[in-house]
Design a protein around this ligand. Structure first.
Ligand SMILES: [Ca+2]
Length: 579
């Protein structure tokens, strides 16, 4: 973890800093501000002099050494840094540096392109930016903050944009980074705004390219690495440095929060950079990327097999209602939700038209297509499952993957990464040799399926994963599969229960929405776990209609499920237990 503040264990803390005990940062953030100013001045000056003297790295790897070493690429700090440090000390506010002075901060392979104080309520997202066209309310009345933008170039072809937002006052001493969706290619200003409102120093990245297509990867292998994992890691490292420069402290705790591609990014961080975060929220992770993207071709081939194979979206509700009818009670409670879809074998053949076609039934070809939606993708030669199918309950969201044209979210990987041919035809995908080719080519780069979370969990990291059972883009059992793979790798549930939990959410669609209670606060649950050792035994989710909560339910750590106690309202979480 980066540390810019000046620490000498023997001499004591010179500037507010973090110290370490058992790998966990503990605070003494306000210590210095309570000291007499003269003593503070003397200690600061001594710290600056110490910076100028070798060795920069003590045997203990002291944090001053680490920070300076990393800041200056292993070289002694230049004069400008010392001037900055003096400026830092004399800054009139309680902050370690003024916002605008961060423009002069030197970070490895990075350029600060903006360091600007944004007055309360004055932020408007750049035109065309993600979230810019969304509800303006999220940006309205934002408190004053320091907006820092930087471009990171860990490779000669890298062009990673990041933004770091820092509250001018009221910082909760923590860092929350936000994940992306799909092929990413943008900074989520809405996510930054939400995190800032909650008191965090917060960051986001475009992962090194612009736009939601995978076409950037063509001829740019380094940019593909940035997308795969490097941009998020670099963003994390540099964001912590910027936070430390501004506040004079590292964040006490660092959190990742992402869903979909953001969930995959979270798992990748846990797998590959276990020191980056203390807690990770991985929602509906797109972590088996090579197989997941093949689903677009698999379903595309089925939906467009013949003209009559296509299911018009007007029939999705029909199938959905039949699935709920068949599966609802099988979980022990008739409540309109399929809480355990894996136990229900719904066959859409019950909807088959007696004769011809009608709005109230499926043709036999459409029945076959619906069956494909629920079925796993298989290696056509070995019949080995490559990816689970979607679950009963997901039907109303099928339009994205089951249209006349397969979704580019998946196809782009094959066009631009695997075959490097924009004209590649999804109908030619071979579900044997091509899958093997893609897996070999990826070699664990974009895929985030490594079950060895031991380094992350051993250092006290907590991983909170969730997935909606009605996910219409990423089959929910893929989360169950990964969870089980970690248990297998680490010696069973008893070994991971204290550090990694999976919450499956009945009736919840991809990352949000759906029939089920889809509003839940994973971040608070994670903070309780990381900061207070209180593991989430259940997390309350609510369903809202017209702005009013009309149902609450506990989400339970897999394989537990919310079980009705037998009395009281079925819309009140208090009447359920996890078991
Ligand atoms: Ca039910």
């Amino acid at each position: 973890m980066l540390q810019i503040s000046c620490v000498s264990r023997k001499r004591g803390t010179i500037f507010p800093s973090l110290q370490r005990r058992g790998g966990r940062a503990i605070k003494n953030r306000n210590t210095v501000r309570e000291r007499p100013p003269r003593l503070r001045l003397l200690r600061w000056l001594r710290s600056i002099l110490l910076m100028a003297q070798p060795p920069l790295l003590s045997e203990e790897g002291n944090t001053l050494g680490q920070s300076v070493h990393i800041f200056f690429g292993g070289h002694r700090p230049p004069l400008q840094f010392m001037v900055l440090a003096l400026f830092v000390f004399t800054a009139p506010s309680a902050l370690a540096a003024s916002c605008e002075s961060l423009a002069g901060l030197k970070l490895p392979d990075s350029t600060i392109t903006l360091a600007q104080t944004i007055a309360a309520g004055a932020f408007t997202p750049p035109a065309g930016a993600r979230g810019a066209g969304g509800p303006a309310a999220v940006f309205r009345d934002l408190p004053e903050f320091c907006r820092v933008a930087a471009t990171l170039r860990p490779s000669t072809d890298s062009d990673i944009k990041i933004e770091v937002w820092l509250l001018a006052s009221g910082w909760n001493s923590k860092f929350e980074a936000n994940g992306n969706g799909g092929w990413t290619g943008n900074i989520s200003y809405a996510a930054l705004a939400i995190a800032l409102r909650r008191g965090y120093a917060t960051a986001a990245t475009d992962t090194g390219h612009e736009g939601g297509s995978g076409s950037f990867a063509l001829g740019h292998p380094e940019k593909l690495i940035d997308f795969a994992y490097r941009a998020v890691h670099e963003m994390t490292v540099q964001s912590k440095a910027i936070i430390a420069a501004y506040y004079g402290n590292n964040p006490k705790f660092s959190y990742w929060n992402g869903c979909s591609s953001g969930g995959k990014q979270g798992l990748k961080e846990a797998q590959r950079f276990p020191e980056d975060y203390d807690g990770i929220i991985a929602g509906a992770p797109a972590n088996y990327w090579t197989h997941l993207t093949s689903a677009a071709a698999w379903i595309g081939q089925a939906v467009n097999k013949t003209e009559s194979s296509y299911i018009p979206p007007t029939k999705y509700s029909l199938i959905h209602d039949a699935a709920v009818q068949a599966c609802d009670s099988q979980d022990g409670l008739k409540d309109g939700l399929i809480s355990n879809p894996m136990s229900c074998k719904f066959d859409p053949k019950v909807l088959e038209c007696k004769d011809g076609d009608a709005a109230t039934c499926l043709t036999s070809a459409q029945v076959e297509t619906a069956r494909v939606m629920y079925s796993p993708i298989l290696n056509r030669r070995t019949k080995e499952p490559l990816l689970p199918g979607f679950e009963p309950g997901s039907e109303t969201g099928w339009g994205i993957v089951a249209g006349h044209q397969p979704t580019s979210l998946g196809i782009d990987h094959w066009k631009y990464v695997v075959f490097k041919d924009p004209n590649w035809d999804y109908k030619t995908l071979n579900f044997d040799s091509d899958i093997a080719l893609a897996d070999k080519q990826d070699n664990g780069s974009i895929n985030a399926i490594d079950p060895n979370l031991k380094p992350f969990l051993s250092r006290g990291g907590k991983l909170l994963q969730y997935h909606g059972w009605s996910d219409q883009l990423i089959p929910p059992q893929s989360s169950v599969n990964y969870y089980k793979s970690v248990l297998d790798a680490l010696g069973g549930a008893g070994k991971v229960r204290d550090s990694y939990r999976l919450f499956m959410a009945p009736g919840v669609a991809h990352c949000a929405g759906g029939d089920g209670p889809s509003n839940f606060d994973m971040l608070t649950a994670l903070e309780q776990w990381v900061e207070n050792g209180k593991a989430p035994d259940q997390i309350t989710a609510s369903h809202v209609t017209n702005g009013k909560v009309d149902r609450t339910r506990p989400l339970c750590p897999y394989p537990q499920a919310a079980t009705y106690k037998g009395t009281g309202s079925i819309d009140d979480a208090a009447n359920f237990v996890c078991k």
